[in-house]
Design a protein around this ligand. Structure first.
Ligand code: ZN
Ligand code: ZN
Ligand code: FE
Length: 748
């Protein structure tokens, strides 16, 4: 603002306050108009600035005013969230890094006000250098001069540094012995190891990556083995869109998104002729690609590196590793060498993941680049709120004034280290955003660790929110709505108000309540937690539901044997279903996807969440519009029930006939889309509502979601879905917080 006002010869003042930025401008009217245009849409809008709204009013002229000044903001009255997200290296910095004459030529930590680390290096507020992990690097004269020069691009860029004064890189072997400490040798040496198929641990912005040549199948397999990650697809990094286009289909909006300052991993349809090693991403039809986002990445890729697997530096599902010592200790058995640096990462932040629904980017994992950007709400929270989230793909959320601030992706809390990380993160972010929660909100599931933790905070008022209500509320919060809407939750599992495990729900939902209008008819699942891993459990549950007393194992041996070879185990599960021992009633839709995938021979075990549903989506072929039969059954005073027995019978007949799996999969997906449309149609008639909100983990399924949106739109519904937070359980905390913000006003 200062630079722009001075250039246009305007006088005035700029300062931060609780509402944002206030600017007073005095001078020629056209110049003021020009400033507004340049700032909002023109070349002077900082690349990462997001102007939510801009209001102008006329004020009195001050005759004596002759210059433009920046007024210091007093910390009492400053805007709530002062910390911004980490930002990918900007173009200006890249060209300086390439420029031989520049004093930051080849410097792996070059950054400016428009780019560089933020959230990952902040220890406490206010966001000033002494409160970041850059505090231990005293600026040299040249850096200090730029930092203090209001006309410079590095004015008040807290992480500013150069090769003389800033962080440094070095390379060590897996035993911690230094290979080289010279910057100009470290990068080529690292690249050489990668080209030779070695596994490298590379310290980046939000944590360590494990990197390996993505074209070398042997090397990728070695990484899988050592990381104890059998099946989950790996993300990849490339230095240019042109490279990515050789391996994946990049639509126009996807290309734009890859180049965003947030620089997320974008899921893109695979190209059949791509030479990427098969073991990078088996059983899915997409590749996850991101562009280089740190100067270090660019320097590395300049050494004849094409595509690298860049996966989180951790062992199986533990938290991302971000400290040097911890990396040496935990990753020594995974990495052949370590590319280290000495800028401490204070908060570990995973790479974010985006996919496209229609032409809209939708977050599947919200972390680096997006956190801690708040989601704004209309009405202020009367009291500060802590929302504990769910247990899988956990995020938590704070509500303060008009901001809902979601944490980055934390992970699955059942892992002890992740749980520990969860507890620490809550306390850290609470301090960082100066939140004093008076209300705590959590899931209804008594077994969730997040619920137990939330309820242990006994001095806070507690609210428990049904899982799928929270899912739908997350959509309402994102779109600034209160409801009511027709909420179509399509999900794995969530604890219901009747003690059953819900999953496919048609809710008439607002932020202050919901009615269960309809759901998938209950079937029985045996074996509690194992039911979401072993597909034989939902398969037998579905068969039993469909054929009732006609079901016996002998008759379906041909089908069941391909899923579970142990006849004894089949027998035990059947008996559990029969006698309802260790069995629950459920309307889970996710498990139906598991069952269908398994019956089609696509596997029998979810090594990671939604592995089988993803495999089922990946084989869709034939472009069929057909679907199987289903029924919606209405019984007095009960919610509408979706009965999939006909579908199951027809599908099994198709398998028996040997019809192509790709067509069966398409027909199955089409059936679910048609059934959800039917729910919405009946709800519209009965409730006189026309807006449908979609949320739940099943909507990570690209084909289903696109098809359902299309069907709903063709039937004149207005359709809302998650974009800013994941449709999976990563979005639960936002929904909980939005509900609590609404309800807390009442219970206070
Ligand atoms: Zn920059
Ligand atoms: Zn310097
Ligand atoms: Fe869920």
């Amino acid at each position: 603002m200062y630079r722009l006002a001075c250039r246009l010869g305007l006088s005035g003042i700029v300062y931060n306050d609780t509402k944002g930025v206030t600017v007073e401008l005095q001078g020629e009217e056209e110049k003021i108009d020009e400033l507004l245009v340049r700032l909002q849409s023109g070349p002077d809008k900082p690349p990462v600035a997001e102007i939510q709204s801009c209001k102008t009013v006329d004020i009195a002229v001050i005759e004596s005013e002759d210059k433009f000044i920046i007024k210091a903001s007093d910390s009492q009255g400053t805007a709530l969230s002062q910390v911004t997200a980490d930002i990918a290296t900007c173009r200006d910095c890249l060209s300086e890094m390439a420029e031989k004459e520049d004093f930051r030529h080849g410097y792996p930590f070059i950054n400016c006000t428009n780019c560089g680390p933020r959230y990952s290096i902040v220890k406490t507020i206010p966001y000033d250098r002494p409160n970041t992990t850059m505090s231990e690097f005293a600026m040299c004269n040249r850096c200090a001069a730029q930092y203090a020069d209001v006309t410079d691009r590095r004015f008040h860029a807290q992480p500013v540094a150069c090769g003389v004064c800033g962080p440094k890189i070095w390379l060590t072997d897996s035993e911690g012995k230094t290979i080289t400490i010279q910057t100009d040798k470290t990068i080529p040496e690292t690249a050489g190891l990668l080209r030779a198929g070695k596994v490298l641990a590379i310290k980046g912005i939000g944590g360590f990556h494990l990197a390996v040549d993505a074209l070398n199948d042997e090397a990728v397999k070695r990484l899988r083995e050592r990381k104890k990650r059998d099946h989950k697809p790996f993300a990849m990094m490339a230095a240019s869109i042109e490279t990515i286009k050789k391996h994946a289909l990049v639509s126009e909006p996807a290309e734009k998104f890859l180049k965003n300052p947030q620089s997320p991993i974008v899921l893109l349809p695979k190209r059949k002729d791509s030479p990427i090693a098969p073991s990078v991403a088996e059983g899915v039809n997409t590749f996850g690609f991101m562009l280089c986002y740190a100067p270090l990445h660019y320097l590395l890729f300049a050494q004849n590196i094409k595509v690298l697997v860049m996966t989180s530096g951790n062992i199986s599902d533990e938290p991302l590793i971000c400290k040097n010592e911890q990396a040496m200790e935990k990753l020594a058995c995974v990495a052949d060498a370590f590319l280290m640096h000495d800028r401490e990462i204070y908060r570990q932040v995973d790479d974010s993941i985006v996919h496209f629904i229609e032409r809209d980017p939708v977050l599947l994992r919200r972390a680096r680049g997006y956190v801690p950007t708040p989601i704004l709400i209309e009405e202020n929270c009367r009291q500060d709120i802590f929302a504990a989230g769910g247990d899988l793909k956990n995020t938590f959320c704070f509500g303060k004034q008009n901001q809902l601030i979601c944490s980055e992706h934390i992970g699955d809390l059942e892992d002890a280290e992740v749980y520990h990380h969860y507890i620490n993160s809550i306390e850290h972010l609470r301090k960082l955003f100066e939140v004093e929660p008076k209300v705590v909100v959590c899931d209804l599931h008594p077994g969730y660790l997040s619920t137990q933790y939330a309820l242990s905070l006994s001095d806070l008022k507690a609210i428990q929110v049904q899982h799928h209500w929270a899912h739908i509320a997350s959509v309402l919060a994102e779109h600034g709505l209160d409801g009511p809407v027709i909420g179509l939750a399509a999900d794995g599992t969530g604890y219901g108000t009747d003690g059953a495990i819900w999953g496919c729900e048609c809710l008439i939902a607002s932020l202050d309540g919901f009615e269960r209008f309809g759901h998938l008819a209950y079937y029985t699942l045996a074996g509690a937690d194992m039911a979401s891993k072993e597909a034989i459990r939902p398969v037998l549950g579905l068969l039993k539901k469909t054929y009732r007393d006609d079901f016996n194992l002998q008759k379906f041996r041909w089908l069941v044997d391909r899923i579970e070879t142990d006849a004894n185990k089949q027998q035990i599960i059947s008996e559990q279903l029969e006698k309802r021992i260790n069995a629950v009633e459920t309307s889970s839709l996710g498990r139906i996807f598991d069952a269908v995938a398994a019956m089609l021979g696509l596997g029998s075990y979810n090594h990671f969440e939604a592995q089988l549903p993803m495999a089922l989506e990946a084989i869709i072929g034939g472009g069929t519009e057909e679907h199987y039969d289903f029924e919606l059954i209405r019984r007095a005073s009960e919610p509408l029930q979706l009965d999939l027995r006909k579908m199951t019978m027809q599908l099994i007949t198709d398998i028996q006939k040997g019809n192509p799996s790709g067509v069966i999969s398409a027909k199955f997906h089409n059936t679910i889309a048609a059934a959800l449309l039917q729910f919405a149609t009946i709800a519209r008639e009965s409730k006189n509502l026309n807006t449908v909100a979609l949320s739940g983990g099943v909507y990570c399924n690209h084909y289903l979601t696109n098809r359902l949106i299309k069907l709903l739109q063709e039937n004149s519904f207005s359709v809302l879905f998650n974009r800013n937070v994941p449709a999976n359980d990563g979005g639960i905390s936002l929904g909980q917080a939005a509900i609590a913000a609404k309800l807390a006003a009442r219970i206070s």
